[in-house]
Design a protein around this ligand. Structure first.
Ligand SMILES: [Zn+2]
Length: 296
Protein backbone atom coordinates (compact mmCIF):
# COMPACT_ATOMS: atom_id res chain seq x y z
CA UNK A 1 0.00 0.00 0.00
CA UNK A 2 1.10 3.53 -0.56
CA UNK A 3 -0.35 5.03 2.59
CA UNK A 4 2.86 6.75 3.58
CA UNK A 5 2.23 8.80 0.43
CA UNK A 6 -0.91 10.35 1.88
CA UNK A 7 -0.33 13.89 3.10
CA UNK A 8 -2.76 16.36 4.68
CA UNK A 9 -3.01 20.11 5.04
CA UNK A 10 -5.53 22.43 6.67
CA UNK A 11 -6.09 25.68 4.80
CA UNK A 12 -8.33 27.43 7.34
CA UNK A 13 -11.40 25.19 7.43
CA UNK A 14 -10.57 23.36 4.21
CA UNK A 15 -8.81 20.02 4.37
CA UNK A 16 -6.55 19.02 1.49
CA UNK A 17 -5.40 15.42 1.19
CA UNK A 18 -2.75 14.34 -1.27
CA UNK A 19 -2.74 10.86 -2.77
CA UNK A 20 0.40 9.85 -4.68
CA UNK A 21 0.00 7.35 -7.49
CA UNK A 22 3.62 7.27 -8.69
CA UNK A 23 6.19 8.28 -6.12
CA UNK A 24 9.51 9.98 -6.93
CA UNK A 25 9.90 9.06 -10.58
CA UNK A 26 13.45 9.76 -11.78
CA UNK A 27 15.03 9.74 -15.21
CA UNK A 28 12.71 12.61 -16.06
CA UNK A 29 15.22 15.38 -16.97
CA UNK A 30 15.18 14.72 -20.72
CA UNK A 31 11.54 13.65 -20.77
CA UNK A 32 10.30 16.75 -19.01
CA UNK A 33 12.58 19.47 -20.33
CA UNK A 34 14.17 20.33 -23.63
CA UNK A 35 17.38 21.39 -21.92
CA UNK A 36 17.84 20.60 -18.25
CA UNK A 37 20.52 17.97 -17.79
CA UNK A 38 21.94 16.96 -14.42
CA UNK A 39 24.58 19.70 -14.39
CA UNK A 40 22.07 22.42 -15.03
CA UNK A 41 19.81 21.11 -12.25
CA UNK A 42 22.78 21.20 -9.86
CA UNK A 43 23.14 24.96 -10.42
CA UNK A 44 20.34 25.09 -7.87
CA UNK A 45 21.69 23.19 -4.85
CA UNK A 46 18.53 23.83 -2.84
CA UNK A 47 16.79 21.22 -5.02
CA UNK A 48 18.85 18.47 -3.34
CA UNK A 49 17.79 16.16 -1.75
CA UNK A 50 14.02 16.69 -1.82
CA UNK A 51 13.50 17.52 -5.49
CA UNK A 52 16.65 16.14 -7.11
CA UNK A 53 19.30 13.56 -6.29
CA UNK A 54 22.87 14.57 -5.43
CA UNK A 55 23.69 13.69 -9.07
CA UNK A 56 21.15 16.19 -10.39
CA UNK A 57 18.43 13.74 -11.43
CA UNK A 58 15.11 15.55 -11.05
CA UNK A 59 12.37 13.72 -9.16
CA UNK A 60 8.64 14.06 -9.70
CA UNK A 61 5.43 12.61 -8.29
CA UNK A 62 2.19 11.80 -10.03
CA UNK A 63 -0.51 12.66 -7.52
CA UNK A 64 -3.99 14.05 -6.95
CA UNK A 65 -5.70 16.06 -4.23
CA UNK A 66 -8.99 15.54 -2.42
CA UNK A 67 -10.61 18.54 -0.73
CA UNK A 68 -13.14 18.74 2.09
CA UNK A 69 -14.74 22.19 2.01
CA UNK A 70 -17.89 22.56 4.15
CA UNK A 71 -20.03 19.59 3.17
CA UNK A 72 -18.41 19.33 -0.27
CA UNK A 73 -15.92 16.64 -1.36
CA UNK A 74 -13.85 17.69 -4.34
CA UNK A 75 -11.22 15.89 -6.40
CA UNK A 76 -8.51 18.03 -7.97
CA UNK A 77 -7.13 15.90 -10.80
CA UNK A 78 -7.41 12.12 -10.99
CA UNK A 79 -3.91 10.87 -11.90
CA UNK A 80 -3.31 8.03 -14.34
CA UNK A 81 -5.72 5.23 -13.52
CA UNK A 82 -5.49 1.45 -13.64
CA UNK A 83 -5.67 -0.91 -16.60
CA UNK A 84 -5.25 1.77 -19.24
CA UNK A 85 -3.48 1.22 -22.52
CA UNK A 86 -0.83 3.95 -22.79
CA UNK A 87 2.18 4.73 -24.96
CA UNK A 88 4.52 5.46 -22.04
CA UNK A 89 5.66 2.34 -20.17
CA UNK A 90 5.39 4.06 -16.77
CA UNK A 91 1.63 4.55 -17.29
CA UNK A 92 0.79 1.46 -19.34
CA UNK A 93 -1.63 -0.94 -17.64
CA UNK A 94 -0.80 0.57 -14.28
CA UNK A 95 -1.99 -1.28 -11.18
CA UNK A 96 -1.92 1.19 -8.29
CA UNK A 97 -3.69 1.33 -4.92
CA UNK A 98 -4.96 4.86 -5.63
CA UNK A 99 -8.67 4.20 -4.99
CA UNK A 100 -8.01 2.22 -1.82
CA UNK A 101 -5.73 4.99 -0.59
CA UNK A 102 -8.36 7.61 -1.37
CA UNK A 103 -10.97 5.63 0.54
CA UNK A 104 -8.57 5.06 3.43
CA UNK A 105 -7.94 8.82 3.54
CA UNK A 106 -11.67 9.41 4.08
CA UNK A 107 -12.84 9.98 0.52
CA UNK A 108 -14.63 6.87 -0.83
CA UNK A 109 -15.45 7.43 -4.52
CA UNK A 110 -19.23 7.65 -3.88
CA UNK A 111 -18.65 10.54 -1.47
CA UNK A 112 -17.08 12.79 -4.11
CA UNK A 113 -19.51 15.43 -5.42
CA UNK A 114 -17.18 17.37 -7.72
CA UNK A 115 -14.25 16.46 -9.95
CA UNK A 116 -11.97 19.24 -11.21
CA UNK A 117 -9.21 18.58 -13.71
CA UNK A 118 -6.58 21.30 -14.03
CA UNK A 119 -6.29 20.23 -17.66
CA UNK A 120 -7.10 17.18 -19.76
CA UNK A 121 -3.71 15.48 -20.20
CA UNK A 122 -3.70 11.75 -19.46
CA UNK A 123 -1.97 11.98 -16.05
CA UNK A 124 -4.70 14.29 -14.70
CA UNK A 125 -7.86 12.49 -15.83
CA UNK A 126 -7.12 8.76 -15.50
CA UNK A 127 -9.27 7.89 -12.50
CA UNK A 128 -12.20 9.74 -14.03
CA UNK A 129 -13.15 6.20 -14.99
CA UNK A 130 -12.39 2.63 -14.00
CA UNK A 131 -12.83 -0.71 -15.66
CA UNK A 132 -15.97 -2.55 -14.49
CA UNK A 133 -16.78 -5.87 -16.21
CA UNK A 134 -14.79 -4.82 -19.26
CA UNK A 135 -16.41 -1.38 -19.55
CA UNK A 136 -15.08 2.07 -18.62
CA UNK A 137 -17.41 3.51 -15.99
CA UNK A 138 -17.25 6.85 -14.14
CA UNK A 139 -15.30 6.27 -10.89
CA UNK A 140 -17.22 9.06 -9.14
CA UNK A 141 -20.85 8.36 -10.09
CA UNK A 142 -22.28 11.01 -7.75
CA UNK A 143 -20.00 13.80 -8.94
CA UNK A 144 -20.35 16.58 -11.46
CA UNK A 145 -17.17 16.73 -13.52
CA UNK A 146 -16.30 20.38 -14.19
CA UNK A 147 -14.38 21.07 -17.40
CA UNK A 148 -14.12 24.11 -19.63
CA UNK A 149 -14.93 24.22 -23.34
CA UNK A 150 -11.59 25.66 -24.40
CA UNK A 151 -9.74 22.72 -22.90
CA UNK A 152 -12.25 20.16 -24.14
CA UNK A 153 -12.09 21.50 -27.71
CA UNK A 154 -8.29 21.71 -27.61
CA UNK A 155 -7.70 18.12 -26.55
CA UNK A 156 -10.27 16.75 -28.99
CA UNK A 157 -8.72 18.89 -31.73
CA UNK A 158 -5.50 16.88 -31.37
CA UNK A 159 -7.12 13.69 -32.62
CA UNK A 160 -5.45 12.57 -35.84
CA UNK A 161 -2.35 14.78 -35.33
CA UNK A 162 0.93 12.93 -35.53
CA UNK A 163 2.45 12.14 -32.11
CA UNK A 164 -0.57 13.47 -30.21
CA UNK A 165 -1.34 11.63 -26.98
CA UNK A 166 -5.07 11.13 -27.19
CA UNK A 167 -5.47 7.48 -26.21
CA UNK A 168 -7.15 8.62 -23.02
CA UNK A 169 -10.08 10.40 -24.66
CA UNK A 170 -12.17 7.27 -25.32
CA UNK A 171 -11.45 5.64 -21.95
CA UNK A 172 -11.24 8.63 -19.54
CA UNK A 173 -13.38 11.42 -21.02
CA UNK A 174 -15.99 9.95 -23.34
CA UNK A 175 -17.64 7.63 -20.74
CA UNK A 176 -18.11 10.57 -18.38
CA UNK A 177 -19.60 12.62 -21.21
CA UNK A 178 -21.94 9.79 -22.19
CA UNK A 179 -23.08 9.40 -18.58
CA UNK A 180 -24.12 13.07 -18.63
CA UNK A 181 -21.87 13.97 -15.71
CA UNK A 182 -20.00 16.92 -17.27
CA UNK A 183 -20.73 20.59 -16.63
CA UNK A 184 -18.79 23.08 -18.70
CA UNK A 185 -17.75 26.04 -16.57
CA UNK A 186 -15.64 29.16 -17.03
CA UNK A 187 -11.91 29.09 -16.27
CA UNK A 188 -12.49 31.43 -13.30
CA UNK A 189 -15.44 29.46 -11.91
CA UNK A 190 -16.03 29.71 -8.15
CA UNK A 191 -16.78 26.15 -7.06
CA UNK A 192 -17.55 26.79 -3.38
CA UNK A 193 -17.10 29.91 -1.20
CA UNK A 194 -13.55 28.63 -0.46
CA UNK A 195 -12.51 26.91 -3.69
CA UNK A 196 -12.17 28.61 -7.07
CA UNK A 197 -10.47 28.21 -10.42
CA UNK A 198 -7.83 30.55 -11.75
CA UNK A 199 -7.07 30.57 -15.48
CA UNK A 200 -3.39 29.71 -16.09
CA UNK A 201 -3.17 29.02 -19.84
CA UNK A 202 -0.10 27.99 -21.81
CA UNK A 203 0.63 24.41 -20.87
CA UNK A 204 -2.77 23.89 -22.46
CA UNK A 205 -5.23 26.61 -23.54
CA UNK A 206 -7.85 25.89 -20.87
CA UNK A 207 -5.44 25.07 -18.05
CA UNK A 208 -6.54 26.19 -14.56
CA UNK A 209 -4.97 26.35 -11.13
CA UNK A 210 -7.11 25.85 -8.02
CA UNK A 211 -7.24 28.53 -5.34
CA UNK A 212 -8.33 27.81 -1.75
CA UNK A 213 -9.14 30.62 0.68
CA UNK A 214 -10.50 30.11 4.18
CA UNK A 215 -10.20 31.88 7.52
CA UNK A 216 -7.56 34.26 6.17
CA UNK A 217 -5.41 31.42 4.82
CA UNK A 218 -4.67 31.04 1.15
CA UNK A 219 -3.26 28.17 -0.89
CA UNK A 220 -3.07 27.35 -4.57
CA UNK A 221 -2.67 24.02 -6.38
CA UNK A 222 -0.48 24.71 -9.39
CA UNK A 223 -1.52 22.18 -12.00
CA UNK A 224 1.15 21.92 -14.68
CA UNK A 225 2.15 25.58 -14.94
CA UNK A 226 5.24 24.20 -13.22
CA UNK A 227 6.19 20.54 -13.33
CA UNK A 228 9.15 20.90 -11.03
CA UNK A 229 10.52 23.38 -8.45
CA UNK A 230 13.53 24.01 -10.74
CA UNK A 231 11.16 26.18 -12.78
CA UNK A 232 11.02 28.69 -9.91
CA UNK A 233 14.74 29.32 -10.48
CA UNK A 234 14.46 29.00 -14.25
CA UNK A 235 10.95 30.03 -15.22
CA UNK A 236 11.85 30.14 -18.90
CA UNK A 237 12.79 26.44 -19.10
CA UNK A 238 10.72 24.87 -21.84
CA UNK A 239 9.01 21.58 -21.20
CA UNK A 240 8.24 19.02 -23.86
CA UNK A 241 4.56 19.08 -23.03
CA UNK A 242 3.50 22.71 -23.24
CA UNK A 243 1.22 23.71 -26.08
CA UNK A 244 2.26 27.39 -26.20
CA UNK A 245 5.70 27.99 -24.70
CA UNK A 246 5.58 31.79 -24.74
CA UNK A 247 2.22 31.84 -23.01
CA UNK A 248 3.34 29.15 -20.53
CA UNK A 249 6.35 31.26 -19.55
CA UNK A 250 4.24 34.42 -19.16
CA UNK A 251 1.72 32.55 -17.03
CA UNK A 252 4.43 30.95 -14.90
CA UNK A 253 6.21 34.25 -14.26
CA UNK A 254 2.89 35.91 -13.42
CA UNK A 255 2.05 33.11 -10.99
CA UNK A 256 5.47 33.29 -9.30
CA UNK A 257 5.12 37.07 -8.85
CA UNK A 258 1.53 36.80 -7.64
CA UNK A 259 2.27 34.30 -4.92
CA UNK A 260 5.88 35.10 -4.00
CA UNK A 261 6.91 35.81 -0.44
CA UNK A 262 3.97 34.18 1.30
CA UNK A 263 1.25 35.39 -1.07
CA UNK A 264 -0.09 31.84 -0.88
CA UNK A 265 0.97 28.39 0.25
CA UNK A 266 1.80 26.67 -3.02
CA UNK A 267 1.00 22.99 -3.59
CA UNK A 268 2.86 21.62 -6.61
CA UNK A 269 0.89 19.12 -8.65
CA UNK A 270 4.02 17.13 -9.50
CA UNK A 271 6.26 18.22 -6.61
CA UNK A 272 7.80 15.55 -4.37
CA UNK A 273 7.87 15.93 -0.58
CA UNK A 274 7.47 18.54 0.69
CA UNK A 275 4.81 19.00 -1.98
CA UNK A 276 3.69 22.29 -0.42
CA UNK A 277 5.78 25.33 0.38
CA UNK A 278 6.56 28.94 -0.41
CA UNK A 279 7.83 30.80 -3.44
CA UNK A 280 10.67 33.00 -2.30
CA UNK A 281 12.08 35.77 -4.49
CA UNK A 282 15.77 35.20 -5.12
CA UNK A 283 17.66 37.76 -7.23
CA UNK A 284 15.79 38.09 -10.52
CA UNK A 285 14.09 34.69 -10.09
CA UNK A 286 12.70 32.56 -7.28
CA UNK A 287 13.30 29.54 -5.07
CA UNK A 288 10.82 27.02 -3.72
CA UNK A 289 11.04 26.49 0.01
CA UNK A 290 9.22 23.27 0.74
CA UNK A 291 7.50 23.25 4.09
CA UNK A 292 5.33 20.38 5.23
CA UNK A 293 2.70 22.53 6.93
CA UNK A 294 1.72 26.11 6.26
CA UNK A 295 1.58 27.07 9.94
CA UNK A 296 4.90 25.58 11.01
ZN1 LIG B 1 0.98 16.47 -15.46
Amino acid sequence: MAREHIDRWKIGDVEVVRIVEIFEATGVNPILFQDCGHERALRHPWLVPNYATAEGALKMNFQAFALRAGNRRIMVDTCIGNDKHRQAAIFHHLQSTFLDDLTYAGFPPESIDTVLCTHLHLDHVGWNTRLVHGKWMPTFPNARYLFNRKEWDFIHGLVGREGAEVDHLPDSLQPVYEAGLIDFVSTDHQVTPEVGLEPTPGHTPGHVSVRIESEGKRAVITGDIMHHPVQCAEPDLQTNFCNDHEQAIRTRRGFLRRYQDRGAYVIGSHFCDPTGGWIVSDGDAWRFEGEQQLDS
